[in-house]
Every structure is written in C-alpha cells, then in structure tokens.
Design a protein around this ligand. Structure first.
Ligand code: MLT
Length: 261
C-alpha cells in the first residue's frame, strides 16, 4: 500500500501491462474489487484505492464533494504516472468516473461503468440522502452499514456467498459516521453529467446486474445507447454489486471488452 497525499493506493500486476484504475462505490473500499484484481492482475496493471474518508485513506473532516473525489482520481493517476488508463467505476465510483470524464475524458483510453448513472440526484434521491444521514445519526455507522449493504446485493446471493459476504461486510465497519455522511452529501451535490454520454469518443463498457435497483438495466441500457462506442452487458442473477456477486461473468465481460479496444 502506498499513501499518496492521504489516499491509500494499491497496485498489482505487471507495471508494463495495460493500466486499469478502479474506483469503488459507497460505503465500500478498494477491497470491493479484490475478485477482479486477483484475476485481471495476471494480464493487466491494476490500481485500486480507498476513496477519501473510507478504508485506509485519510478520514478528514467528512466535508467531501464529488469534485474532491475526481481531484483524487486525477492525483493518483498523476502520482503513478498512468498513461491513459482504462477507468472502472462502480456506483459512487461511477459518479466519480463520469465527473472525471466530464472534466477531461482525454486522460483515459476507455471507461467501464458498473451499476451507475450520469445524472444528478433529483428531489426524491436527495430526500433519501437526508434519510440516510438521519439514520447514521440515530443508529451509528456500523448498524447503518449492516442494514445498507444487503440492499446492494441481489438478496438470493447473500446466503450463497456465506462467509465471503460476512467477511466483506465486516471489512467495512471501520468507516466513520462523518465519512458516510460526507459521501452522502457529496453524492447529493453532484452535477448532472449526462451530456458526457454523447460527447465521449472512447469505448465504454456498461455492466449491469439484472436485479440492480440503484441503476436498473433499462436506465443503463439507455445510457449505453447514447454513447458512440458502447457495449452493454447484463449480468444475470446479480444485483448492484455484480463484480462481487458474479466475478467470473464480470471479469469475462471486462476481458472481452479489453481484448477489442
Ligand atoms: C453506491 O453503491 O456507491 C451508492 O449506494 C450509490 C448511491 O447511493 O447513489
């Protein structure tokens, strides 16, 4: 692990291989991608990092913005001297990727969006953020995580994953309430980046779990249809956390996409 300006960064694989940089979702950390890295690092240089406030990154004061999260992504790329990597974002990580693409798509050779969407929160979504913050204040970070994380999986997969799921869940408990609330506010305040879809000239892979309730297949399919060079892959029997729930299918979609670009 390297600490780059307060951000915990992990690298694996051959540094001269094609570079992939992964951006995780809320309330996870870089470990969310371990089933991708353990496979893809055989052929690619994989970079994961803990988003500010989460995992082993600096907790700070919890006053986060989506712009700060995009700044951190660019900072990690610059510090590691990545040359036009393929950027991969899941959910909140996808919001960060969309923002980075809106700011400077020329820094990337391709993008992979898993369970995410480019638009800003509408009123209903903002009210859900307010409820999430109320809940964190009322029950604390750990209980919030315990209750929230199952909503990101297709419920049938949780008993099948067994200890893999419980160990993953427990690895998230170090996130402090201030970071969880800060992420909610950053997501609530993010810009609408929908315009990016039509302007992108790089290839984009969209990965969507069949039962994803956060970014459902019809929404992601519509996003994909607005991009010039897009591929849409539906992961059967998976929810929002398809890369963790169905790693073989997701990794094979990523490998297939990378082999064609
Ligand atoms: C995530 O999975 O990163 C978040 O739950 C997405 C969101 O709350 O919009």
């Amino acid at each position: 692990m390297k600490n780059l300006n307060g951000i915990a960064v992990y690298t694996e694989g051959n540094p001269s291989g094609r570079q992939l940089i992964f951006v995780h979702g809320f309330p996870f950390n870089a470990g969310m991608w371990r089933k991708q890295v353990s496979d893809l690092a055989e052929d690619y240089f994989c970079v994961t990092y803990d988003i500010r406030g989460l995992g082993a990154s600096e907790k700070g004061d919890g006053l986060f913005t989506m712009e700060m999260f995009a700044d951190d992504l660019f900072m990690v790329m610059e510090e590691l001297k990545l040359e036009k990597p393929v950027v991969i974002g899941l959910s909140m990580g996808g919001y960060i990727v969309y923002r980075a693409l809106a700011r400077d798509a020329g820094k990337f050779s391709a993008a992979i969006i898993s369970g995410s969407k480019p638009e800003a929160d509408g009123n209903e979504a903002k009210l859900k953020r307010a409820d999430a913050i109320r809940k964190i204040n009322a029950v604390g970070a750990e209980t919030f995580i315990r209750d929230f994380v199952p909503t990101t999986f297709w419920k049938e997969n949780i008993p099948l994953l067994g200890s893999d799921y419980t160990e993953f869940l427990e690895s998230l408990f170090s996130a402090p309430a201030s970071s969880l609330k800060g992420c909610q506010l950053a997501m609530a305040g993010r810009l609408d980046n929908t315009f990016v879809l039509e302007s992108l000239t790089i290839p984009v892979l969209f990965i969507c779990g069949e039962h994803d309730t956060f970014s459902p297949p019809e929404v992601m399919r519509a996003n994909a249809s607005q991009c010039k060079k897009s591929t849409f892959v539906l992961i059967k029997d998976a929810g929002h956390l398809a890369p963790f729930e169905k790693p073989e299918e997701v990794n094979s979609a990523i490998r297939g996409f990378l082999s064609q670009i």
